[in-house]
Design a protein around this ligand. Structure first.
Ligand code: ZN
Length: 531
């Protein structure tokens, strides 16, 4: 038996010859960050190429053209709005031909392209044209193998590009260019590209912090002093100086204070020695947004890239005021920074000696909030969290099981839909066979051209009607099966949580947004909206 895919391709080729109604074309354009500098990739250029292709092919005369544009997103992502909208239009029968400039517009990894080609071309009989690849599913059906090769080439291209842009960045950094947002105390030079120069107002504060530290003033006293003097904290200072507020953590935009961790990070930051420190984090995997910390040996440190705000000797002396437990050396713990003070919104400080405890450090540096000065052990929090997870899981499980019971009633409907789809499909097969017959009759001169055209139109319209019906039925079927799949998955995930005995970081991350400690016996858990 031939594969369904091949059969549909053949059907598609046949309906090309017999088609009379104009196409409904989806003209898809995408520009990604890596395309930005390449004018040939611009939306305008993609549009011009597609328009000219449509205009020069008479079979597209009278075609209805819908534009779908995804702007500025990377090809490694598939959750593109316009693209998803186009696929939806395919499913509801509003689009029967997709045209792109080249295959990498669809995506630069196997899954995206494969999904389009296998599911949409084959299942929905959509015509697909990739102009620069010389590919038209009506005239040149590619084998799966050929497609895989093209796809893989695209995937490599993506990876190459990531490596290339990384090494280009490193070269710039090594030549003294500072590519990130300038650290507090510096600004970018007006004359030299990406060169850091001292931002005098903030640089004065940096020097003050180091001179206090050199004289043995502890971080908590430094923070307290700066807050008491009303000196704007780095995030407030940057916002005041026209930088976009990238610190989404700013809880209270009217009052942003110097915290212990800001001071600590500054005292440890070698940027104030005139060095550029880069590569402290790496992307977990290409295309992902998650970054992970690199060990210090892997950092890129370039000396003498800009003016130092502190001498080597003072920098070394300043380190003495930091607690023995260095910030970057802090071992990972199950709660990460999720344990928060409900008053100031900041993560509570974790004391790691023996039995770890959490305490809000804000009250020590500012009295602006009603932070309470008490500490709570990690084990006490863990106990509450475990108990809550079990209760929460039980409650959500009840709800999901009720949903499943309702969905199971729909099983009959799903079966019915499947039957109707396969009936429509075999009807299409019969119609296709009759087109071949009509062709044969014409070739054998048994019927006139007029009769041929008339019959062909009738059959063709019937096929299109049936394809549209299949589209609607399949959409309904998907809603039922996907809904049930999601509920079953949730139940499978929740059940083990009913008897959970120990916490780990991964579980905490997947379930909990934050843990607000109102008091020793008053802990509020904010769940990630998973279920
Ligand atoms: Zn607090």
């Amino acid at each position: 038996m031939r594969k369904a895919g091949c059969r549909s391709m053949a059907n598609a080729a046949l309906s090309s010859a017999t088609r009379t109604s104009p196409f409904s074309i989806g003209s898809y354009k995408r520009i990604s960050k890596e395309d930005e500098r390449d004018e040939s990739c611009s939306i305008t250029n993609q549009r011009a190429i597609i328009r000219s292709h449509i205009a020069t092919n008479p079979e597209f005369s009278g075609a209805k053209i819908t534009e779908y544009i995804d702007d500025g997103l990377s090809g490694s992502r598939s959750d593109r709005d316009a693209y998803q909208r186009m696929l939806k239009d395919v499913r509801r029968g509003a689009i029967d031909c997709i045209i792109v400039k080249d295959l990498s517009r669809i995506g630069r990894n196997l899954i995206d392209v494969d999904d389009l080609l296998m599911n949409y071309l084959v299942m929905w009989g959509v015509r697909f044209i990739s102009i620069n690849d010389g590919y038209d599913s009506y005239t040149h059906p590619l084998s799966n193998l050929e497609l895989a090769v093209i796809n893989l080439a695209n995937q490599h291209y993506n990876r190459d590009l990531a490596i290339k842009s990384m090494s280009a960045k490193l070269t710039k950094i090594k030549h003294g260019e500072y590519l990130s947002m300038p650290p507090y105390g510096y600004k970018k030079s007006d004359t030299e590209k990406n060169k850091l120069v001292a931002d005098e107002e903030a640089a004065e504060v940096v020097r003050l912090i180091f001179s206090l530290a050199v004289n043995g003033v502890r971080t908590v006293e430094i923070a307290k002093t700066l807050n008491a003097q009303g000196i704007p904290s780095p995030s407030v200072y940057k916002v005041n100086n026209g930088y976009k507020n990238i610190w989404t953590q700013v809880i209270d935009p009217d009052y942003c204070f110097w915290s212990l961790s800001v001071i600590r990070k500054m005292i440890m930051n070698e940027v104030y020695l005139g060095k550029t420190v880069a590569n402290r984090f790496k992307v977990a995997e290409i295309g992902s947004k998650t970054t992970i910390a690199r060990p210090k040996e892997e950092w890129t440190i370039v000396p003498d890239t800009h003016e130092a705000l502190v001498s080597e000797e003072d920098f070394r002396k300043a380190q003495a005021i930091l607690p023995k437990q260095r910030f970057y050396d802090k071992p990972e713990h199950i709660f990460g920074n999720k344990v928060k003070c409900p008053h100031c919104g900041h993560a509570m400080t974790r004391y790691t000696r023996n039995n770890p405890r959490f305490k809000c450090g804000t009250a020590r540096v500012t009295k602006h909030y009603d932070c309470r000065e008490f500490s709570i052990t990690q084990s006490a929090i863990a106990e509450v969290v475990l108990e809550s997870i079990r209760t929460y899981a039980a409650a959500v499980l009840d709800r999901e099981e009720m949903k499943l019971a309702l969905l199971q009633k729909n099983t009959a409907t799903a079966k019915d839909l499947e039957d109707r789809i396969s009936k429509e499909k075999s009807a299409i097969a019969t119609l296709n066979a009759s087109i071949t017959k009509v062709f044969t009759s014409l070739a054998a001169e048994k019927i006139s051209t007029d009769t041929f055209l008339q019959k062909k139109n009738t059959i063709n319209n019937a096929i299109e009607r049936k394809q549209r019906i299949i589209g609607d039925l399949a959409e309904n079927l998907r809603t039922i099966t996907e809904g049930r799949g999601a509920v079953e998955k949730a139940i499978a995930e929740l059940t083990p949580l009913l008897s959970i005995e120990a916490l780990d970081r991964e579980l905490v991350d997947s379930l909990i947004d934050k843990i607000l400690v109102h008091g020793e016996n008053d802990i509020e858990i904010v769940w990630v909206g998973l279920f």
